[in-house]
Design a protein around this ligand. Structure first.
Ligand SMILES: NC(=O)c1ccc[n+]([C@@H]2O[C@H](COP(=O)([O-])OP(=O)(O)OC[C@H]3O[C@@H](n4cnc5c(N)ncnc54)[C@H](OP(=O)(O)O)[C@@H]3O)[C@@H](O)[C@H]2O)c1
Length: 234
């Protein structure tokens, strides 16, 4: 199991018996709250575009990858579009290639984290998105979705799926807690603004890489349904 983004303690990642090993690939050491587990290995990479041989070796025999590398819209302000494109597209594909070249298990499940409302085709312009937002969203996730899906089609033994959550709620910071409370209140009446909790999302993603992809793309509603069901089973 490679490259996992999770609320690991809350969704019981390290307690899932089918998961025997987690490689957490990041630019800084990854610690999972207070948990110490021999299953978890933090692997550092300085640039997601380049994979040294020792890092590649960690991917050998992996069953799945949950890929979350992206400059999110919130963080992309002030970042040059070429750099956003490099991180979102070039780095994602470089990581995928490095994993494939390292000799993963077959089938190797690659789950790419995108976002609800992502356009895959710039000719279909949704009314609620301006030209600029539409183009950003296409560069951020739409083109990357097309690239990872194409790579999966072109290479044997790979299954690719795209997950498209709405806003991911959590209690990581004061503002996120306040946001989560607001969504929690609004969700009692409507889910008009798609959102999913970090725990539900993590549980849904893990369920899908362990048991196989149910469908693609996984919408926010699919992720809530799968996540709730996986959390109940823990
Ligand atoms: N947060 C939300 O509400 C939300 C909603 C819908 C979809 N999503 C999608 O879910 C995925 C994960 O979101 P997130 O909120 O967890 O994002 P995040 O923490 O801002 O970043 C996700 C990953 O991208 C890497 N990254 C970010 N900026 C980078 C940079 N300038 N250079 C190199 N690497 C960089 C980070 O690497 P390091 O770990 O090494 O720092 C991290 O692993 C993204 O694809 C996002 O679009 C998020």
């Amino acid at each position: 199991m490679v490259h996992v983004m999770v609320a690991a303690k809350s969704c019981g990642l390290l307690q899932i018996p089918e998961i025997t090993s987690v490689i957490a690939l990041a630019r800084k050491p990854v610690q999972v709250e207070d948990v110490k587990s021999p299953k978890l290995k933090s692997v550092i990479i300085s640039d997601y575009e380049h994979y040294p041989e020792d890092v590649k070796a960690e991917f050998a025999g992996a069953d799945a990858c949950i890929c979350t590398v992206a400059v999110t819209p919130m963080r992309s302000r002030g970042v040059d579009l070429a750099e956003v494109k490099r991180i979102c597209q070039t780095c994602t594909l470089a990581g995928f290639k490095a994993m494939y070249e390292a000799g993963p298990s077959k089938p190797f499940r690659f789950l790419y984290l995108s976002a609800e409302g992502t356009p895959r085709d710039l000719t279909k312009k949704p009314l609620f998105m301006g030209e600029y937002r539409l183009m950003r969203s296409f560069v951020l996730h739409g083109e990357t979705e097309n690239m990872v899906l194409a790579y999966g089609e072109e290479h044997e033994g790979i299954k690719v799926c795209v997950a498209r959550p709405g806003t991911i709620t959590s209690s990581l910071t004061f503002w996120r807690t306040a946001q989560a409370k607001l969504f929690g209140f609004a969700n009692m009446f409507t889910r008009a603004i798609p959102n999913v909790s970090r725990e539900e999302l993590a549980a849904a993603l893990l369920d899908q890489v362990v048991h196989g992809f149910e469908k693609g793309p996984l919408t926010n509603a699919d992720l809530i349904r799968l996540g709730c069901s996986a959390l109940k089973a823990l």
